[in-house]
Design a protein around this ligand. Sequence first.
Ligand SMILES: Cc1cc2nc3c(=O)[nH]c(=O)nc-3n(C[C@H](O)[C@H](O)[C@H](O)COP(=O)(O)OP(=O)(O)OC[C@H]3O[C@@H](n4cnc5c(N)ncnc54)[C@H](O)[C@@H]3O)c2cc1C
Length: 322
Amino acid sequence: MFHKLRFTTCADIAYDRHVIKLSEKIKKINIDGTIAFNREMKSFTTFKTGGPADIFISAASVEDVIKIKQFAFENDLPVFILGGGANILVSDKGIRGITLYTGDLNMVHGDGTDLICESGIEVSALCESALSRSLSGLEFIYGMPGTAGGALWMNARCYGGEISRIFKWADVLNENNEMERIGFSPADWNYKISPFQKRKILILKACFTLKPGHKDEIRREMDKNYRDREQKGHFKAPCAGSVFKNNRDFGKPSGQIIDEAGLRGLRIGSAVVSDFHANIIVNEGGASATDILELINTVRAKVKESSGFDLEPEVIPVGDWR
Ligand SMILES: Cc1cc2nc3c(=O)[nH]c(=O)nc-3n(C[C@H](O)[C@H](O)[C@H](O)COP(=O)(O)OP(=O)(O)OC[C@H]3O[C@@H](n4cnc5c(N)ncnc54)[C@H](O)[C@@H]3O)c2cc1C
């Protein structure tokens, strides 16, 4: 059977039939990448939880991406773009439509002090590539889970750096399935805000402006940041990094606010507010996405009650949450 028994409404049944029909058609799209059905998302997210993606496609080239997006458009299927899965919470019911995985789009090349990459490259691999070219500017992000595309979409920041500060341009597939180059414009970027969030576009390639550096100094800085993450417990248990954004108006980091509300160690099922950082929720093993979302909502409500601060979630719920 194509799906597990989880559909209840007429619309669900109609959708199910639609996808079953398309599954034959989609196998005939001529792509170099791979297509799978009902692929569990656990191994594609850092929370290590989440239900199946109806149609999971790993694109092997830009041409693949264009064909897949065209197919989705013609057949009225939603497309979710999956990078490293390090900032998302996939519903236990999974993701309807196509999940387009970028992890195999990972080419990188240099052009003077510019570093140009495909969007699915892991940020740490991108840092290693900069190091091999004696280029400095990416050290701050070494060790952060996720892809270049995800880091741009989220405007990732850490250790005094922010991806927007080295961003030069991105080649995207826009809403009309056309290639478009988006250059850096300061007004488009802010704390955890990027121009990609406002539009339904797929980042294919990006260019970062770096500067010449010394290999040993670059390595030292990268290792220092990685070790700091290790010491802070980032890699101890499945998580998605900070659950809530920081808000300058609150005068202190979200972790401290959650701590002061006495919520460290709070749990729902196997989802726990970690003992090493109150703004990180970990999956102690077998936590469902529902447990994690409930814990996020509970922390938010309790903080609001005790301090009046309304924390804004950073982790993105993805998929079928009905
Ligand atoms: C242990 C740990 C530590 C972390 N530390 C930090 C930190 O210090 N700073 C920080 O900012 N974040 C941190 N994070 C969060 C996470 O690493 C970042 O947000 C990262 O940039 C997410 O990238 P991703 O590829 O995993 O994106 P995903 O989680 O796969 O996707 C996130 C969003 O980006 C979109 N997206 C991804 N790729 C593309 C693309 N090619 N085109 C268009 N849209 C795309 C997705 O559709 C989704 O909406 C941490 C996470 C973990 C697990």
